[in-house]
Design a protein around this ligand. Structure first.
Ligand SMILES: Cc1cc2nc3c(=O)[nH]c(=O)nc-3n(C[C@H](O)[C@H](O)[C@H](O)COP(=O)(O)OP(=O)(O)OC[C@H]3O[C@@H](n4cnc5c(N)ncnc54)[C@H](O)[C@@H]3O)c2cc1C
Length: 421
């Protein structure tokens, strides 16, 4: 490798997601270099709203160069670690580079966890990033068009059947938002108004939203059931094909839409670069967030198993609020005498579609419209940059007064080539 660069301020951050971007932002003028395949941080809690069209997709991401004005950004991927030389090999559009660091922060997040289920990789849709959200929205709108053009009532029903596998935050919020999108869109499809829809939420666990306190989770389950969502807990997906899904127990559901949100796994690069890992493939770190047995290496966020002094019995769960708190602790430890990480969660929030939500604030359960309002207010507060907050408020305000946009922008995924005619 010929080209070698020094990380800005000596700190190299791998990953510009929630954890990495916040470390760079909090380091401020000390500077850092971020390596990230995208030039933005995705604010995942409002991603379902980008899928349903309540929010403009660009508004759920925050450009890294605006969020971290003192950090350098290398658009690319970390490929390999050379511990002895304190260098990371990075691939960018301009070629491969070696970036030298004094301190390395690993914030690579997690990747979607797929299982060897027949047909899953070929026929199911994921829901992890912005491209997934846009593709899912286009797919759902295309199902409405296909149903409208169909003469066979059974085929219509297949197009209007939607199966979500995984009842965590991502699955529940995405299903609720997309169900709202379909309900609103159907006003423009007079032929389909009386056609029955079917929404099925499948999870292997005994209850939905395991991250949320039981009573709020039960409320969410009741809300979804009241809206006609079929909840299949303690159920797994056995196979998927182009025309349907088979669940454990043998039931076959005719559908053209299976959305897979059943969890994530640690980033595969962590194992390839020889870091100490736990049984789930996450980097093992000490209480100060330093990688075990490594001097100048730190890790946080979804890619790390982070011990928390406030919850000694279990490490931090993979959430944005934990990634943010870890970023604060890690930044302090990078710049001063390292202190152990300690954070007690203040609450949790989730939306269940328009005007419905659940929140647990300091142990006080809030649900329904107040829960939805608290959830939105919290996200607005957490979203970095005033310009982003204002854009999101403008989208939400517009949605109060105007009907939902149902333009299907599938062409964005496949632009015409010059000469295609
Ligand atoms: C759909 C969805 C909804 C969610 N909803 C919620 C919610 O409502 N509330 C909540 O608290 N949490 C939610 N989460 C979880 C939350 O997003 C994560 O806990 C949080 O993003 C963790 O931050 P992170 O920085 O560790 O990982 P990420 O934010 O995933 O960032 C990892 C970064 O590393 C980059 N990267 C990957 N490979 C490389 C490489 N080789 N080189 C360099 N960079 C690389 C990625 O592109 C990404 O930018 C949700 C997650 C998803 C997927």
């Amino acid at each position: 490798m010929e080209v070698r660069w020094q990380a800005r301020g000596g700190t190299l951050i791998l990953g510009g997601g929630f954890a990495g971007a916040y470390v760079a932002r909090l380091l401020g003028k000390r500077g850092a270099t971020i390596v990230s395949p995208e030039n933005f941080m995705l604010y995942t809690p409002i991603l379902p709203e980008a899928a349903s069209g309540s929010l403009e997709p660009r508004h759920v991401v925050v450009p890294l160069r605006m969020m971290c004005p003192h950090a350098g950004l290398l658009l690319g991927r970390a490929l390999a670690l050379r511990t002895d030389e304190h260098a990371v090999e990075v691939e960018t559009g301009a070629g491969r580079f070696e970036i030298l660091y004094e301190q390395l922060v690993i914030a690579l997040g997690a990747v979607a966890r797929t299982l060897p289920i027949p047909g899953l990789a070929e026929h199911a849709l994921g829901f992890k990033n912005l491209a997934d959200a846009i593709a899912l929205r286009n797919h759902v709108l295309r199902q409405l068009e296909a149903a409208d053009a169909e003469v066979d009532p059974e085929r219509v029903h297949t197009h209007l059947t939607f199966v979500f596998v995984g009842a965590g935050y991502a699955g529940v919020e995405a299903l609720a938002e997309l169900a709202d999108l379909v309900r609103d869109a159907l006003r423009y499809y007079p032929r389909l108004r009386a056609a029955p829809q079917r929404w099925v939420l499948v999870d292997a666990a005994p209850k939905i939203l395991p991250e949320i306190p039981t009573r709020l989770g039960e409320y969410a389950a009741r809300q979804l059931a009241r809206r006609g969502v079929e909840l299949r807990v303690e159920t797994t997906l056995d196979s998927v094909d182009a025309g349907g899904a088979v669940l454990s127990g043998g039931e076959r559901i005719e559908t053209a839409t299976v959305v897979w949100t059943a969890g994530v796994k640690a980033h595969p690069l962590l194992g390839e670069i020889g870091l100490p890992l736990d049984e789930r493939g996450r980097v093992r770190v000490t209480s100060t967030l330093r990688v075990e047995g490594r001097e100048r290496m730190w890790a946080l966020g979804d890619c790390a198993r982070v011990p928390n002094e406030a919850t000694p019995d279990h490490p931090d769960p993979p959430t944005c609020q934990h990634a943010l708190r870890q970023a604060r602790c890690l930044t302090r430890n990078l710049t001063g005498r390292p202190k152990p990480y300690r954070y007690r969660m203040l609450g949790q929030v989730a939306t269940l579609g328009r005007y419905r939500g659940i929140a647990d604030v300091l142990g006080v359960p809030i649900r329904g419209f107040p829960g939805w309002f608290v959830t939105r207010t919290y996200h607005l507060y957490q979203l970095p940059l005033l310009t982003r907050k204002l854009r999101v408020v403008a989208d939400w305000t517009t949605a109060l007064f105007f009907r939902r946009d149902i333009a299907e922008l599938g062409l964005l995924e496949r632009p015409h080539r010059l000469g295609d005619g």
